[in-house]
Write a protein that binds this ligand. Structure first.
Ligand code: DGT
Ligand code: CA
Ligand code: CA
Ligand code: ZN
Length: 592
């Protein structure tokens, strides 16, 4: 599925191609504005295009025509206009735009004045010195920049494409469910980076435990005949590799049940974790491979020489034989887990007892307050916070102070009407570029809960971003910093604050840092959460609910938390109702 960044890139390329070919400045600007709007859109535009296409037109600078192109792109992965524009220039020309620091003006000069129509032609021209006569770009400095850009581009060209966990894992689960139905299959598990809960997945690894050898062929047949298989990359007696229509690769491996644990351990990785495990085995006179943990007799492939394994059927017994607790897959990243004497009691989805970041139809959500509360009740939550956007988020229909005050009344009324769940009147208030909040303190004081989030000016330098977040953390009315960096996975970098400084301030002020559970965000990311844990800060794992299905993203936030060693006592969503009320009140200097 296309990301917002993909859509933005398509518009950006259209603008650039128009500019190169001398198209109308008005259209160039329109496409460029659309690109910016799409890149900054908080929602997944493909999802919006499928669900409520009309909503696209509510975005800044997006009229019916551009909305139709977004819909076309999300359905087909391309735009007819873009294809037409590409066809109008030499085939190698658009690639020049991918070079760092090379815009349409430069490409036009290269093409019209230098006859350069591809990256290869540019490389040759740089090497032969043919560029030095050209206007504007013929200077030594500019040529050196171009040389760097070409080198970087050629190096990156071989890098494989990755997918976000929220797209990959459901596909893996569908594959696993199908293979589970095959006769002779005893167990199916997802392995690899998807099991470890990485934010992106290179390919899916699915492990199938079979009861008898004859089942392997049936598994392989079932796999290759799945809907959505674009290509069978490899098919052997124990392994099938497939490419799915949207480009994702799936590796399916069939193993006999007695070695399922060893295979699962091996194919879960990470590679670095496996290396450390094998070294540990050697130090103990053992030999670890994907068939089991064996006594080490100095020779290879013990499984082929009739040597009985010390452990092989399940992961726990292998870890135990290596003197380790069962290490949760999320923690198998060679981040010190070999030192563990016991496994920490990591936060789990079932520990989460409230949602503290959710939107209603008052701003850009799809649910009413009552619907949101019912959803939270169905999850067994004791509390749901209504945190619609503040006024600066105009594109998300953020609330003026007057609307906010009326909204608080509506929340109180809904709490009475629904019953059985605490509904907090909150706000997701914008952290403005300089760290000031979008509502004044007097207004914030009226709220039960304040989530403060950066939404704009996400390209600030690290020092400014750090100061910005610190100022928000020090505001006495703030409880949670929402998606602190504003990054979009595989989309935009977001802020790069000094996370240690931010985490230390959060710990000192009693402010929680959010792990936004949406798989496009996962913000804080795992490394940042680790910093938060080291600093003694609390985290909030929230779904930032805009639509009912967003609540299902909780597991991605929890996986990210587990990767960083978060225990339930460090997550505000694990507090019971009373403790949560105390925590919220403490920031305001009251017992609540
Ligand atoms: P990915 O697919 O790039 O998101 O990352 P992984 O971790 O899923 O990597 P992948 O699919 O190449 O391999 C799956 C697991 O299999 C990996 O985590 C560890 C194991 N594995 C694969 N190749 C090797 C290897 O050459 N050496 C070791 N020790 N383990 C390997
Ligand atoms: Ca993989
Ligand atoms: Ca793989
Ligand atoms: Zn939000």
């Amino acid at each position: 599925m296309a990301s917002n960044a993909d859509i933005a890139n398509a518009f950006e390329e259209m603008a650039a191609l128009l500019e190169i070919t001398g198209g109308s400045g008005f259209r160039v600007n329109a496409y460029r504005r659309a690109a910016r709007t799409c890149a900054d859109a908080p929602d997944d535009l493909c999802v919006v295009a499928q669900r409520v296409p009309k909503q696209l037109e509510a975005m800044e600078g997006i009229g019916a025509g551009l909305a139709a192109r977004i819909a076309e792109f999300s359905a087909t992965g391309t735009m007819a206009d873009l294809a037409e524009l590409r066809a109008a220039v030499p085939p190698g020309l658009p690639e020049l735009l991918e070079l760092q620091g090379v815009g349409p003006k430069t490409v036009r000069t290269l093409w019209k004045d230098g006859g350069i129509d591809s990256v290869a032609a540019l490389k040759a021209a740089i090497e032969s010195g043919a560029l030095s006569g050209l206007p504007r770009i013929g200077t030594a400095k500019s040529i050196a920049n171009l040389r760097d850009a070409v080198e970087h581009h050629l190096a990156a060209a071989g890098a494989p494409k990755r997918f976000r966990i929220g797209q990959a894992l459901p596909i893996g689960e569908a594959v696993a469910a199908r293979l589970r139905e095959v006769t002779g299959v005893a167990q199916v598990a997802i392995a690899g980076s998807a099991r470890r809960g990485r934010e992106t997945v290179g390919d899916l690894d699915v492990l199938v435990g079979i009861r008898e050898e004859s089942a392997a062929e049936r598994v392989s047949e079932s796999a290759v005949s799945m809907e959505g298989v674009a290509k069978v990359l490899a098919r052997g007696p124990t392994k099938v590799s497939l490419r799915l229509a949207h480009g994702m690769q799936v590796d399916v491996r069939m193993v006999p049940m007695p070695v399922f644990g060893a295979a699962l351990l091996y194919f879960t990785g990470s590679k670095e974790h496996n290396v450390q495990l094998r070294e540990r085995a050697i130090a103990r006179g053992l030999h670890l491979n994907e068939y089991g943990l064996f006594p080490d007799d100095g020779a290879a492939a013990p499984q082929d020489r009739g040597i009985a394994p010390v452990a092989a059927a399940d992961e726990a017994s292998i870890y135990r034989s290596l003197g380790l607790p069962l290490i949760p897959p999320e923690c198998r990243e060679a981040h010190g887990e070999m030192e563990w004497t016991e496994a920490p009691r990591l936060v789990d989805v079932s520990d989460i007892r409230c949602e503290l970041h959710a939107h209603t139809t008052a701003s850009d959500g799809q649910l009413s307050i009552v619907e949101l509360a019912e959803l939270a009740k169905s999850r067994g939550f004791h509390t749901i916070a209504v945190t619609d956007h503040s006024r600066a988020s105009a594109q998300a229909n953020g609330l003026s102070v007057e609307r906010l005050l009326r909204h608080i009344d509506a929340v109180r009324a809904a709490e009475q009407a629904v019953g059985g769940i605490r509904i907090l009147a909150g706000s997701e208030v914008d952290i403005l570029a300089d760290g000031h909040l979008d509502y004044d303190d007097e207004t914030l004081a009226k709220l039960d809960l304040v989530v403060a989030s950066p939404h704009t000016a996400l390209r600030q330098d690290p020092a400014t971003a750090t100061e910005r977040l610190l100022r928000a953390i020090r505001n006495p009315f703030v409880h949670i910093i929402g998606h602190p960096t504003g990054r979009i996975i595989l989309g935009r970098e977001g802020l790069s604050p000094d996370i240690r400084t931010v985490a230390a301030a959060a710990a000192e002020q009693g402010v929680a840092l959010e792990i936004n559970a949406h798989w496009m965000r996962l913000d804080l990311r795992d490394a940042h959460v680790r910093a938060a844990m080291d600093a003694g800060a609390m985290v909030a794992i929230d779904c930032d609910i805009h639509a009912a299905e967003d609540a299902d993203n909780l597991r991605f936030g929890v996986m990210t938390a587990r990767r960083a060693g978060v225990t339930p006592d460090r997550c505000v969503n694990c507090l019971d109702a009373k403790a949560l009320a105390r925590w919220l009140g403490r920031r305001r200097g009251s017992g609540h």
